[in-house]
Design a binder for this molecule. Structure first.
Ligand SMILES: Cc1ncc(COP(=O)(O)O)c(C=O)c1O
Length: 392
């Protein structure tokens, strides 16, 4: 437990919630929730499942109906050739990540993690005692891992690369050429597994498309774990449904782990998940459109703030501006020396909650999650801009 730390994102979200409860006017840009609800058909399926409760334990891998719905979902996205035996569900993607890392990593094994990283990727690897090789990808390279960086970090002890596309906290999306270049490197190192965390795959803007190692380099199939989740795509973060599509042996390892802790996902949750995956698919599309418009509003505000720079996010629902121009300045009597100060002073002065970039391995930046209501977003951005203009 000495290696385990609580989620930094949850800590900011809790603080914002506590201030709100005290009556403060708080706008939270902190937690990564999609902020929409699934369609009626999802709730109807859950109600029906309650009426038909089997009274039994369920499958450790996931019920056939849910596995088939995921297989169809993958097929829709151009991933053919998976079978039920390639899949294993979990209590959200976070749980699947834990299982995958637990299955692959021995203490001391090397894991390559591009920074900025999502907090749980590093936190889980730390808990497992992995030797984490962070590949720092600054804003000047649009926060994306390059093939040269990857090549230089792979050693005979490398077990796993975590690749997150679109990325949290940056919203960055890899182009086909960039994925291809990474795939070329990985092809040369057959001992490296790849955890491809693609849970924001339905939220890609500007007509860019979702490019994937399994498409550019199909032969990597025997060591790529494709990770997906219902949380962001279907507005179902609290339902806790994630899945891995992986080589059979790895999927079986995840099933074995499930059999020793969660046993199964609840029947009601599985029914709702099946309805979401097989029902109308216009919701994710519509939401991606809304998020893109919000991204534009965020970027328009940032463009007016002198000194602030931000690679243009092209997916997910985050922006990750470099706010280091503010370091060494003051707001009122409060001095700002780093990203944590920036976020604390901003929260105290303007009631706007953001997550410090150091939580993601980039202490020059902060993360804004911009899925809140349109009015709140506009007001929060106004306060953010005001705050920056008041720095001295
Ligand atoms: C990159 C990334 N992977 C995985 C997860 C976990 O998702 P889930 O809600 O399915 O556990 C998140 C959640 O924020 C995420 O941002």
């Amino acid at each position: 437990m000495s290696r385990a730390v609580p989620s930094a994102i949850m800590a900011v979200a809790e603080k914002a919630k506590a201030l709100k409860a005290q009556g403060r006017d708080i706008i939270s840009f902190s937690i990564g929730v999609p902020n929409f609800l699934p369609g009626e058909h999802v709730y109807a399926a859950a109600h029906q499942a309650l009426d038909r409760d089997s009274g039994n334990y369920g499958s450790n891998r996931g019920p056939d109906g849910l596995l088939d719905a995921f297989l169809a979902h993958f097929k829709r996205n151009g991933f053919d050739g998976f079978e039920r035996k390639n899949l294993c569900v979990g209590v959200g993607a976070k749980h699947v990540i834990f299982n995958v890392m637990y299955a692959i990593l021995e203490e001391g094994d090397e894991l390559i993690l591009p920074a900025p990283y999502w907090t749980s990727h590093i936190d889980i690897a730390r808990i497992l005692g992995a030797d984490i090789k962070v590949a720092y990808c600054g804003s000047e390279q649009d926060y994306k891992l390059t093939a040269a960086q990857l090549e230089s970090l792979i050693s005979p002890r490398t077990k796993l690369l975590v690749l997150n596309n679109p990325g949290n906290p940056t919203g960055m999306v890899y182009t086909e050429a960039e994925i291809r270049a990474l795939g070329d490197v990985l092809s040369k190192h057959p001992h490296v597994w790849i955890l491809s965390d693609d849970i924001y795959n339905q939220m890609i803007f500007d007509g860019l498309g979702w490019h994937h190692l399994l498409k550019t380099h199909p032969h990597l199939r025997d060591r790529v774990i494709l990770l997906d989740s219902l949380s962001k795509t279907y507005g179902m973060p609290g339902w806790r449904v994630g899945v891995a599509a992986a080589p059979v042996e790895l999927a079986q390892a995840l099933v074995t782990l499930n059999s020793n802790h969660i046993t199964n996902l609840p029947e009601v949750v599985c029914a709702a998940a099946i309805a979401a995956l097989t029902g109308p698919q216009d919701i994710p599309q519509k939401m991606a459109g809304e998020f893109m418009a919000k991204r534009d509003e965020v970027m328009a505000t940032f463009a007016r703030i002198q000194g602030l720079s931000c690679p243009r996010p092209q997916g997910a629902f985050y922006a990750f501006p470099d706010v280091s121009f503010a370091f060494g300045k003051r707001h009122g009597a409060a001095s700002i020396t780093d990203d944590v100060d920036f976020c604390n002073v901003l929260l105290d002065a303007k009631g706007v909650a953001c997550v410090p970039g150091s939580a993601f391995g980039e202490p020059k930046a902060l993360r804004i999650s911009y899925t809140c209501k349109a009015q709140e977003l506009t007001e929060g951005l106004k306060r953010f801009e005001e705050f920056c203009s008041e720095l001295h």
